[in-house]
Design a protein around this ligand. Structure first.
Ligand code: SF4
Length: 177
């Protein structure tokens, strides 16, 4: 059977989204993809399709207009996925924080795995952040591969266990078992 997971780390596809940045960080992302820094040597492909992406690169603070798009794009990406906040604005809102049209950093709406602070972020830091992101992606892939087990849980009232009222719960099997 074709094992897609084996190749994910060798060729992660990224989705780049500007949530409201001044374009400074976006230009640095493009510079890191260009021949001088050549992020593509790690197999990175900048795709415009969230359904084919593994790593979500977000620049800029979240604005009132971009927040819905941000969450929609995140939801459309398949699991496992990694979110990288690129630049101080994306991490915390940065210089735009507390403006009337700015919400906050990206982690107010979606979970962030790697933070790359800086204004603007250098291509070297972006490459470092992506390499960190790849390691997290690998961990998440392994976590997803663990088999699932159904647990029975009984309710207990005043010390008496009610075995009729049981609920099935899904959990990961411990690695030791
Ligand atoms: S961190 Fe600096 S360069 Fe990047 S979007 Fe914010 S203001 Fe612009």
């Amino acid at each position: 059977m074709f094992n897609l997971k084996k190749y994910r780390k060798k060729s992660p596809w990224i989705l780049h989204y500007n949530a409201g940045s001044c374009n400074g960080c976006d230009i640095e992302i493009l510079a890191s993809l260009a021949p001088k820094y050549d992020l593509e040597r790690f197999g990175v492909v900048n795709t415009g399709n969230p359904k084919q992406s593994d790593i979500f690169l977000v620049t800029g603070p979240v604005t009132l207009r971009s927040r819905e798009r941000l969450v929609e794009l995140y939801m459309q990406m398949p699991e496992p996925k990694v979110v990288v906040a690129v630049g101080s604005c994306s991490c915390t809102g940065g210089v735009f924080r507390d403006m009337y049209n700015v919400e906050d950093g990206v982690d107010r709406y979606i979970p962030v795995d790697v933070y790359i602070p800086g204004c603007a972020v250098s291509p070297e830091l972006i490459i470092d952040g992506l390499v960190q992101g790849l390691e997290i992606l690998e961990q998440k892939t392994k976590e997803m591969e663990k088999p699932l087990k159904l647990f029975k849980e009984s309710t207990c009232e005043e010390g008496i266990v009610n075995r009729r009222d049981t609920a099935l719960k899904v959990g990961k099997i411990d690695e030791k078992n």
